[in-house]
Design a protein around this ligand. Structure first.
Ligand SMILES: [Zn+2]
Length: 361
């Protein structure tokens, strides 16, 4: 686990492949969110330019497996379309409707679609209209989104997932983008970081969620020039060598993505110290069995491995693909997505003006 100055690309590819086969017992508690683990493994292999490590037959197996978790509401039922994270909660209750607890979850829907796109699926089996209805159904009066129907979590994380889903499907349906932007603007704190919900402390992860959601919905111009300058300052000040998520917290590999991507969207990433950032990320890689951790010499996981690689992508590490910051997928996958969108029926003019027209530069 020593700090070396070179990335162990093949070991990281092997690390991700292991998570596509079998989850280690220490991750058993994450069983209900297996789709997100597949996202980190597949998209991680993609940005390592190693997707061909997955055999074509396995690619098809993963695609079929993901579609098994697509939930489409039936006429007259509660609107709950989207993707589940696994079948763990599809409990069989004698004499009751076993689909009772089967509903989509915004984070699983976002990561499932992103994984399908990355694997080269044509999305033809996706019920796009139903999924967008599912997103609109969990928007709350304050503009935020719940994770799922009857979900008790609602905050900036699910605002981001909702925006990412609508942008990927190029359809906002009846989602109220203006209300969503109001929620985001109300969550900007005195120091120009953005909090998870009103009146909370600004945080690097939720600042990314807010800025990316504004870009994906074509509403970045709702930030005043003064706010944008304040945000840039707050974000740049998070760099120690790597990046921290909040003032006075230790640095952590994943913030090289959360803070880095936010600065990329605001066109200010070039103001950071690339070499310090790169050295910190590389100090957290396990050079024996692959993977990155949040701190040097600690436990690796797929989440920090994926985001560590994204951080290296931002500093132009050779052999690592370019990332589309606001959708958090490779630029190669993003281009495939734009091709698919080109084949879909055009939106009504009034839907088109502000949807996912993203300036990828
Ligand atoms: Zn972290």
């Amino acid at each position: 686990m020593s700090n070396v100055n070179a990335i162990c690309r093949r070991k990281h590819a092997k690390f991700f492949m292991r998570f596509l086969d079998l989850l280690p017992s220490r991750l058993a508690s994450h069983d209900s969110t297996r789709v997100t683990i597949a996202f980190f493994a597949v998209c991680g292999l993609d940005i390592l330019n190693s997707l061909d490590t997955i055999q074509p037959a396995t690619v098809e197996t993963i695609i079929d497996w993901l579609y098994r978790y697509q939930v489409v509401s039936k006429e007259g039922e509660v609107e709950c379309s989207g993707f589940q994270g696994s079948s763990t909660i599809n409990t069989s209750v004698p004499n009751e409707n076993i689909t009772k607890y089967k509903w989509g979850h915004l984070a699983m829907t976002y990561t499932a679609i992103a994984t399908l796109v990355t694997l080269g699926d044509d999305l033809k089996r996706l019920n796009r209209k139903a999924i967008i209805k599912g997103v609109a159904a969990v928007q709350r009066d304050d503009g935020s989104f719940s994770a799922s129907v009857e979900g008790n979590e609602y905050d900036m994380r699910f605002v981001y997932c909702a925006a990412a889903i609508c942008a990927m499907l190029n359809d906002w349906g009846t989602v109220n983008k203006e209300k969503m932007a109001e929620y985001i603007l109300k969550s900007i704190r005195y120091d120009y970081g953005v909090s998870q919900h009103f009146e909370m402390e600004a945080h690097g992860g939720t600042t990314f969620c807010a800025i990316a959601a504004l870009q994906l919905s074509g509403q970045l111009d709702k930030l005043s020039p003064e706010t944008i300058e304040g945000m840039k300052r707050w974000l740049i000040f998070r760099q120690i060598d790597g990046f921290q998520g909040r003032p006075n917290k230790p640095v952590d590999t994943c913030y090289s993505f959360w803070i880095g991507a936010s600065l990329k969207i605001l066109n200010a990433f070039h103001l950071t110290d690339y070499e310090e950032n790169r050295s910190y990320i590389l100090s957290t890689q396990n050079t024996t069995v692959g993977g990155f951790s949040k701190w040097p010499d600690s436990m690796t996981d797929p989440f920090h491995t994926y985001f560590g690689l994204c951080g290296l992508s931002f500093v132009n590490e050779p052999g690592i693909l370019e990332i589309m910051p606001s959708l958090n997928i490779s630029m190669r996958a993003y281009k495939k997505l734009k091709e698919l969108q080109g084949h879909w029926a055009p939106q009504e003019p009034e839907e088109c003006s502000n949807c996912s027209i993203i300036d990828i530069e």
